[in-house]
Design a protein around this ligand. Structure first.
Ligand code: PMP
Length: 454
């Protein structure tokens, strides 16, 4: 492989997502060539421990041949057929039924997409339709959260609360509002957890009352906020949110694109935080990232209205229920279930991972080490006892990420938080490897920035 030639072609022809492409072209992209378990190899031959599971998605780990074999067989049998015109295919039907079985309560119905973003776009249209056919066309407002992430399409980015995304392209679209989410490290640390949880949930009720419950269609949130930096809510937050939604007949949407399929310890974040969404967004872990697929799961109430009064939902994608993708998802779920990967991670790995992650919290550069199940973050700070961050955001985090990479460890940095989301199959030995490389990287970063105590 001619790495330099590929980097030149990449710079000339390939626009990367979420990247300053001029800066990237100067540095040259890293080419990844192979993966096995929790490790990937780059074109220079470096072996890297991927503590971020690709992009929060490779839950079963790399190199599972069964997934490729299932895809190849499905392609040979029937590479494509759509789900329009009264048609469908066996893996797509079987996946819908399998997901219904896996879901925590009566989320018994699936609509398939190619991604998390498309699933959230679907939810926006489906929910507005749900209220409109019940003679409530004005009940069309979605409430999301500042700093939430629900994808990059026009509706996904609008539902999300990333200011930088809203600035580009005139978002959000109309009738989408946002409230502040809980962020313990940023603004909660002095309050008892329950009280802080109630205060944060109350922001939703205040917003509903301000807008009028007859205008508010749904609330959407990530059980654990991923992209902004793994913001873990107080234990009671989601239960309080659910009560408020029920009180005002507002549909509750859990975006489980990251949380789903074992990431927070249970199969779904709604189980970890013990609440009952009406609608759930799935993607990523549904195929462990081996092939693109997203899904909207919705409950019997929504299904019943759509079935009895909905008529045609004028919405769908060429690849909704693509049989190769659904076949791979089925095989991925078979692997997760038969090998007990979610339960093993929850019971045997997550407690050890949490222990070692909290040890990293002792490092002079770390202000907080937070973790739930198999997802966590380290908040880097200039002065350890305080909760104040660096004056210029993101410089230290990005540098720490680069140093970790040079030390053979992939972590993501958001601002100055180092994010953790390893494949669920990570072993205790690999957790030790992770710890060693992370500590060394924190040390090197701290020295570079003159942090006291290193
Ligand atoms: N929702 C959440 C919570 C996400 O984290 C993401 C992606 N990171 C999305 C939606 C969008 O998914 P996709 O990139 O597959 O469109």
């Amino acid at each position: 492989m001619d790495i330099r030639e590929l980097q030149r072609l990449d710079a000339a022809h390939h626009l990367h997502p979420f990247n300053d492409n001029a800066a990237l072209a100067k540095r040259g992209t890293r080419l990844l060539t192979r993966g096995e378990g929790c490790h990937v190899w780059d074109a220079d031959g470096n072996r890297l421990l991927d503590a971020f599971a690709g992009l929060w998605c490779v839950n079963v780990g790399y190199g599972r041949r069964e997934l490729g074999e299932v895809a190849a067989k499905q392609m040979q049998d029937l590479a494509y057929y759509n789900s329009f015109f009264q048609c469908t295919t066996e893996p797509t039907v079987r996946l819908a039924a399998k997901l219904a079985e896996l879901m925590p309560h009566d989320l018994n119905h699936a609509f398939f997409t190619n991604s998390g973003s498309e699933a959230n776009d679907t939810i926006l249209r489906m929910v507005r339709h749900f209220w409109a056919v019940q003679d409530k066309p004005r009940k069309n407002i979605f409430i999301g959260r500042h700093n939430g992430y629900h994808g990059s399409t026009v509706a996904g980015a609008s539902l999300g609360g990333m200011k930088g995304m809203h600035k580009q392209g005139g978002l959000p679209i109309p009738d989408i509002h946002h409230i502040d989410p809980p962020f313990w490290f940023g603004d909660g640390g002095d309050l008892p957890e329950e009280e802080y949880g109630r205060i944060c949930a109350q922001r939703l009720e205040d917003k509903i009352l301000e807008l009028g419950a007859d205008r508010v269609a749904a609330f959407i949130g990530e059980p654990v906020m991923g992209a902004i930096g793994v913001w873990i809510p107080p234990r009671n937050y989601w239960q309080e949110i659910e009560k408020i939604c029920r009180r005002h007949d507002v549909l509750l949407v859990a975006d489980e694109v990251i949380c789903g399929f074992g990431r927070t310890g249970e199969w779904f974040g709604a189980q970890t935080f013990d609440f009952r969404p009406d609608i759930m967004t799935l993607a990523k872990g549904i195929t462990s990232g081996y092939i693109p697929l997203g899904a909207v799961m919705f409950n019997d109430r929504v299904a019943e209205v759509l079935a009895t009064r909905g008529g045609e939902l004028a919405h769908g994608y060429t690849y909704s229920g693509h049989p190769v993708c659904t076949a791979v998802a089925l095989e991925n779920i078979r692997i997760l279930q038969e090998e007990g990967i979610v339960e093993r991670a929850r019971d045997h790995v997550a407690p050890y991972l949490a222990q070692r992650w909290r040890e990293l919290g002792e490092h002079p550069l770390v202000g907080e080490a937070r973790i739930v199940g198999m997802v966590g973050a380290l908040e880097l700070v200039p002065d350890k006892p305080g909760r104040r961050g660096f004056a210029e955001k993101g410089v230290v985090g990005t540098r720490c990420r680069d140093i970790a990479l040079a030390n053979g460890l992939i972590l993501r940095a958001t601002n100055d938080a180092m994010l953790l989301s390893p494949p669920l199959v990570i072993t205790r030995e690999e957790v030790d490897e992770l710890f060693g490389k992370a500590w060394k990287s924190l040390d090197m970063t701290a020295r570079e920035f003159g942090i006291a105590g290193v």
